[in-house]
Design a protein around this ligand. Structure first.
Ligand code: NAP
Ligand code: GDD
Length: 437
């Protein structure tokens, strides 16, 4: 047991935090729990938090603090024994009993019992993010849209389908969005749903704009009116840089979108910034560069290649038809990237971040490596077919993730490499076809 120098101040439900601020003058912040672990009050210092509280009642403000303002980062001044047990710089809070004795540390999610709502739960990122948040103790609500042939194959692949509360939602239907927020009461919303295939956006620009732009406005409006302390993650994209103005691309690089998809995401990017500035919503843009995985959609070039390799290797096919082999992308592993989404919402301030590996490769490089992994020479099988060319191409993407590295401690040098990613995808697709013989 550690006796901390805390002035005890237990709030009743009908008291205001402003009273506590006047009555206390101490370092740090502690949530006081009753025996059953239920939160009954809060002790806080006056200065850091005052701005965010504005004398509102405990009922709203405890959740406000916990959802938005509160971080207690362990640093070197803490007790050495505790430091050994808890990884440094993990956000957690001291828990004290009614005598002001420190009885331990609790992770944020343990105390809050946080709910997260993920739109696009059936997609690649939705599945990995759900897996990540479940492991962190979140209650995960996953929004899916009605389709005639609904599949939760990615959630089944990760064996998490039964752990997710599934809610029907179409991003283009504002009431279904509002309803999903009402059902899930989320402290965090991850808006991943989108018409995400660039090629399709040239043929279906209006649909793309409806889902990606109007859909984003629908989510932000629902948050603004029904749950303004909910934190918001927007799935922005390196496609915004399009015809690039700078190499590598960072958060300050000007945008030059080259497809209806990128244009729809550009408006969504600015909606996110605007709701942050206009209404104080904790809204962040994750400007993620391409990220792939064994559960990547089959229409994207990486998966098309690895599936093609597996089909050729197992004798099901003899050729692979691709478009522009010279396009360069900064490819990372989706499972590594979803962590950054969460980190953005745990950061002290809502900001926008580039997430990338900082390395770039051509489509040809990817194909060469993937065929090599199966003991084949891509030159014998890959045929260039102009029907896969785009009316306007994004020739070169390479991100500068320095900001995420410094502020979020998300470090691409410690993540899956390009070679590991290609190998993982080829092995997976070979296994799928071999098992399906
Ligand atoms: P994905 O696999 O294509 O998943 C998209 C998800 O959105 C699917 O669950 C899809 O549902 C859902 N969706 C589409 N239209 C919808 C609508 N009208 N209402 C509700 N849900 C709808 O995409 P992803 O690779 O996971 O990417 C996730 C997000 O990140 C997307 O917004 C994408 O634009 C963005 N992004 C991706 C990358 C990348 O490299 N993967 C990079 C930067 C940004 P169905 O299953 O029913 O189709
Ligand atoms: N899909 C596809 N199919 N692309 C091909 C092909 C092919 O047969 N041949 C060459 N390519 C080239 C495309 O022209 C493009 O330059 C590159 O491969 C990558 O294409 P995709 O894998 O379709 O991805 P993307 O870069 O257009 O878009 C993805 O990444 C974005 C982030 O930069 C998507 O996930 C977007 O949703 C995401 O925002």
């Amino acid at each position: 047991m550690y006796k901390e120098n805390l002035n005890k101040f237990i709030l009743n439900q009908d008291q205001k935090i402003s009273e506590a601020l006047q009555a206390t003058n101490m370092l740090g912040i502690a949530f006081v729990t009753a025996d059953n672990g239920k939160l009954i009050g809060v002790i806080t210092d006056g200065d850091i938090r005052r701005a965010g509280l504005r004398g509102r009642s405990l009922d709203s403000e405890v959740s406000h603090i916990m959802n938005k303002d509160f971080f207690y980062a362990i640093d070197e001044t803490e007790d050495a024994d505790i430091l050994k047990k808890i990884p440094k710089r993990v956000h957690c809070i001291p828990v004290v009993d009614c005598e002001g004795l420190l009885i331990g540390y609790k992770f944020f999610s343990e105390l809050t019992g946080k709910n997260a709502l993920i739109t696009g739960i059936t997609g690649q990122d939705g599945a990995y993010l759900a897996e990540f948040l479940l492991a962190k103790g979140y209650t995960v609500y996953g929004a899916y849209r009605r389709t005639s042939n609904l599949t939760f194959s990615r959630l089944e692949y990760l064996e998490i389908k039964d752990k997710i509360n599934l809610i029907p939602l179409d991003l283009t239907d504002p009431w279904s969005v509002y309803n999903a927020l009402k059902i899930s009461s989320p402290s965090e919303v991850y808006n991943l749903a989108a018409q995400s295939f660039v090629q399709t956006s040239f043929n279906q620009p209006q649909l793309t704009l409806n889902i990606n732009t109007i859909g984003t406005a629908n989510v932000l409006e629902a948050i603004r009116y029904s749950s303004p302390s909910t934190k918001y993650y927007q799935a922005s994209t390196s496609e915004l840089y399009g015809k690039v103005h700078e190499i590598p691309q960072n958060e300050k690089t000007p945008f030059y979108p080259r497809s209806p998809y990128a244009i729809s995401k550009l408006a969504a990017y600015w909606l996110t910034v605007n709701y942050r500035e206009a209404y104080g919503i904790f809204a962040c843009n994750g400007i993620l560069f391409n990220h792939e995985s064994p559960i990547r959609g089959y229409e994207f070039v990486t998966r098309k290649i690895t599936q093609g390799v597996a089909a050729i290797k197992t004798g099901r096919d003899t050729e692979l038809h691709l478009g522009n082999l010279d396009a360069k992308r900064d490819w990372g592993y989706a499972k590594d990237y979803v962590e950054s989404m969460w980190l953005m919402l745990q950061h002290g301030e809502p900001e926008d971040f580039v997430i990338a590996t900082g390395k770039t490769h051509t489509v040809r490089d990817f194909a060469e490596k993937a065929f090599e992994k199966a003991g084949l020479d891509y030159r014998e099988y890959v045929k260039v077919d102009e029907k896969f060319y785009r009316p306007t191409e994004v020739d070169l993407l390479i991100g500068d993730p320095s900001k995420a590295k410094n502020k979020l401690e998300w470090n691409p040098d410690q993540k899956t490499t390009f070679a590991e990613l290609v190998d993982m995808m080829v092995v997976n697709d070979l296994k799928l076809l071999e098992n399906n013989a």
